[in-house]
Design a protein around this ligand. Sequence first.
Ligand code: ACO
Length: 435
Amino acid sequence: MLNKSKNTKNKTAYLILDGTTYELPVIIGSENEHAIDISKLRRETGYITFDPGYGNTGSCTSAITFVDGENGILRYRGYPIEELAAHGTFIETAYMLIFGNLPTNDQRREFHYLLCDQELLHEDLRNHFEGVPSNGHPMAILSAVINSLGCYHPDLLQIETEDEFLRAAAKIISKVRTIAAWSYRKSKGLPFMYPDPKLSYCRNFLHMMHSIPNRRYEPTDAQVKALSLFFLLHADHEQNCSCSTVRMVQSTDANLFASVSAGICALWGRLHGGANAAVIKMLEEIRDGEATINDYLERVKRKEIRLMGFGHRIYKNFDPRAEALCKATHDMLESTGHDDPLLDIAMELAEAARDDDYFTKRKLYPNVDFYSGIILRALNIPVDMFPVMFAIGRMPGWIAHWNETNTDGITRIHRPRQVYTGETSRPYVPLDLRK
Ligand code: ACO
């Protein structure tokens, strides 16, 4: 039995187990979030907690991102996502996530120079791209090459100073875009395009993706702005699966390159960063007449499938990132004079789900992945690259979380417990006696 004290100043929870009452301190966050501190529970009671999927478990304290899923609030370092989306760029957001505050003009300029300075890859790294089959998935290449960066920068495998951290962070933020673009070029059999330091972060990425030696790709300002927004909206989302993976790997004292590489692997799954590709597949099937919106909704209700791009562990009202992306998608398509029938289908599907009890009862709303694929299509990004785009955007968040665990002085190696349900002790059976 668990009782919460009424004392709001120093709250304590009381746990009564086998007739003994245990006091459990309550930790209160800066946004008045309450957590019962059970860190001494096993030592004092012999019990552990059981929370599959960790829906009720705070694994750390963190000062990076605040999400209030009930009210659709997302803030990076205190800055509301709506304000960042309206006025910010991806690079200043990345800086702010990693270093805590929006950069001054000088800091912004310095960071820009640092990123330009780091954008080339060591020529030997080209061999890594040669070593994979041409149809190799770009997420596999991205994760492997980011991890390999550690081999080229052994001085940054053990980060002790702020300057080392700054250099490592800038290397990864800058090079991830080159690696991502090259993984795509490899899959198409196209020559690698080198970064152009005269271009902004997002324009440079689109150049490496789409230019060819005898024809330069010139994206519109609206496309570049949309890409910056896409990255910005994906830049962090507190303790989601990939971020927790990065923190978990770091907790072993693993280096930054290896930790974010593990984050990329965790992001790859269909239920996380892979969802936007699944959304496009679904919308295309509806466009091509292979299924109707109603067919999809019925299959969902029969529990045969999940509606991709819907639902969220935290957001139970609306996902503010989805709202910003939906608006940006409309704006970009309008400004470029392009039309994408998939956007109309997506809007229709969202409306049908909004009117359907199955979805409203379970508080299932479009999440960020529902619209992100459409924006990426308008940037000529192929579907295989969708999770890679997510990973580029998420990199500042992963780096910030890695640094938080690396420097907080309290992180212990992450090591959850389990409730064992297997065989109890039994004797070894020699081979000739086994049935
Ligand atoms: N379509 C249909 N039903 C759903 C969906 C969905 N997308 N999501 C959840 N549900 C249903 C479940 O079947 C369950 O129903 P029940 O109570 O009848 O059993 C109920 O809603 C609660 O579902 P949970 O699995 O408990 O929700 P959880 O918080 O664990 O899952 C998740 C969150 C994984 C995002 C889920 O909503 C999902 O699978 N969505 C589709 C994939 C997707 O869009 N992922 C991207 C997430 S955002 C991101 O990673 C950036």
